[in-house]
Design a binder for this molecule. Structure first.
Ligand code: 5AD
Ligand code: SF4
Length: 477
């Protein structure tokens, strides 16, 4: 797990074409089976973790569709089950092991079933070893770096009795032109960069997702232009640290320059991005957020801890004061901006005083929303070796106090939305009520209101009249 520089290589056109051949081979196999059974082949895909993983699953679904599979909702009746895993916190890993355990009976009943596991968890050698030893009914294991090879690996798994295991080391590969299945017709995720170079001392991501590598600017712009033509209205640019975009491309390309280009794309009405590291949030980006009309007034800026001492231990490279100054600048430059953040409670060595600094930062910044996590020990990270681990009891008690403070603040902020008019991009029907439609404001607040199908994908104005814990309600203005 070194930090050595690696060369970024684009996956060749020939290699992608080779994968399309495997797609065709599987399509033929599926077609033959379908003729006999008069039943389409179904896949069941479960995704854990962040938007990056969700987007990787859209690529898996894109490839599966091309192979002639259709998505199923009943796991037991599927021909192929895939778990796209996350390893950022232990809970997500434990859930996957639980699912794999129950898979055994399903496989016993249906020996033709193919069970695949992929994603971040598989980039850890000890995990792969464990799965091979304990869950012998798993047919296919692959990682994050060879996702584009899924057709070939699946073909091998279908054609062989033995488990197929292929994990690539964290080499900086970028695969373009992989089919993507986007179910949402209004919003889309677009990856701008992969990997992370920051090595925060608690975090496993740099080890499993590799070093930072940016997609070429024209590739991103072309993808967004195509999405605009297809009727997508909102894009969210993804990267572990989007503010580093372009550093590896040369030609003075920066994230702000990419945003300037994307702002010109026809059809796209709104642009969002995540995640930003406070140490890299440049003035150029702050001004771009102020000046580019399509960039939404929302910034996700994880601070992790309010204690400068803990931030140092976390290798975050900013102090509490730096963070407060930065937020002050952001708020001053972009009035009305909505701020969200990530916080870890119970990092090794965190004292009551350190934790109170976190609460103090919450009160000072007043985030719209905070995603709070109990520190989770990740094998291979420096913090996992720290002997001052905090007990679960203390972590949970602090977590609770944090939630109480944040819920109060979120509520107070949302109250300011009442009796005001907001531009809402309508995403679709609400799950619980047929007449109610749901969308988001530019600040990323969910708004529910009475509407109709014609409004989906359109911008409407809504007068907010009620606040709920996670959403706002209103009537069309
Ligand atoms: N334990 C708890 N939370 C973590 N995160 C990353 N690693 C860990 C860990 N080991 C959180 C950080 C990050 C978010 C995506 O997950 O807050 O911003
Ligand atoms: Fe993990 Fe830190 Fe990189 Fe975010 S910036 S992915 S927390 S190492």
């Amino acid at each position: 797990m070194g930090k050595e520089e690696r060369k970024v290589t684009k996956v060749s056109q020939e290699e992608i074409a080779r994968q399309y051949q495997f797609i065709d081979e599987i399509k033929e196999l599926n077609y033959q089976k379908e003729m006999k059974t008069e039943k389409k082949k179904h896949y069941y895909l479960a995704t854990f973790g962040c938007q990056m993983n969700e987007h990787d699953s859209e690529k898996l679904a894109g490839m599966l569709n091309e192979m002639g599979y259709v998505e199923g909702t009943i796991m037991e009746e599927s021909d192929l089950i895939i778990y796209n895993t996350c390893c950022v916190r232990e809970n997500a890993e434990l859930k996957v092991y639980g699912h794999l355990g129950t898979m055994k009976q399903i496989k016993n009943k249906n020996p033709d079933l193919i069970i695949a596991v992929c994603g971040c968890m598989m980039q850890q050698p000890q995990v792969v070893e464990h799965i091979r030893k304990v869950y012998r009914h798993v047919d296919l294991i692959f990682g994050t770096h060879n996702l584009y090879k899924f057709p070939e690996l699946l073909f091998n798994a279908i054609s062989s009795d033995k488990a197929v295991v292929e994990i690539m080391d964290t080499i900086g590969l970028i695969a373009e032109d992989v089919p993507v299945e986007r179910k949402d017709g209004v919003k889309a995720w677009v990856t701008v960069m992969y990997g992370c170079n920051n090595f925060c001392s608690y975090c496993i991501v740099p080890y499993v997702r590799g070093r930072e590598r940016s997609r070429k600017l024209d590739k991103v712009v072309n993808e967004v232009a195509l999405l605009g033509q297809k009727g997508i209205k909102e894009i969210t640019l993804l990267g572990q640290n989007v503010n580093s975009y372009g550093k590896d491309l040369g030609d003075d390309i920066t994230f702000a320059k990419l945003l300037t280009e994307l702002n010109k794309v026809e059809g796209i009405e709104r642009i969002r991005f995540m995640t930003s590291h406070p140490k890299d949030l440049s003035d150029e980006l702050i001004y771009a957020m102020r000046d580019l009309d399509k960039l939404c007034e929302h910034l996700h800026l994880p601070f992790q801890s309010g204690s400068t001492r803990i931030l140092k231990e976390m290798n975050r490279k900013y102090s509490k004061e730096d963070y407060l100054k930065l937020v002050e600048k952001v708020k001053r430059t972009i009035p009305g901006i909505s701020l969200t953040t990530d916080i870890i409670v119970g990092f090794p060595g965190e004292t009551e005083e350190d934790f109170e600094e976190t609460l103090d930062l919450l009160e000072k910044v007043r985030f719209d929303q905070a995603y709070t996590f109990l520190y989770s020990k990740r094998t291979g990270t420096p913090a996992a070796k720290n002997v001052e681990q905090i007990t679960e009891e203390v972590k949970k008690e602090r977590f609770q106090r944090l939630l109480e403070v944040q819920n109060r603040i979120s509520n107070e902020i949302n109250r300011n939305f009442i009796n005001k008019k907001f531009e809402v991009l309508v995403e679709g029907k609400s799950k619980n009520n047929d007449k109610i439609y749901t969308g988001r404001t530019r600040e990323n607040k969910i708004v529910n209101f009475e509407g109709n199908d014609q409004m989906i994908g359109k911008l409407v104005m809504v007068n907010v009249d009620t606040i709920k814990t996670w959403s706002l309600e209103g009537i069309l203005a």
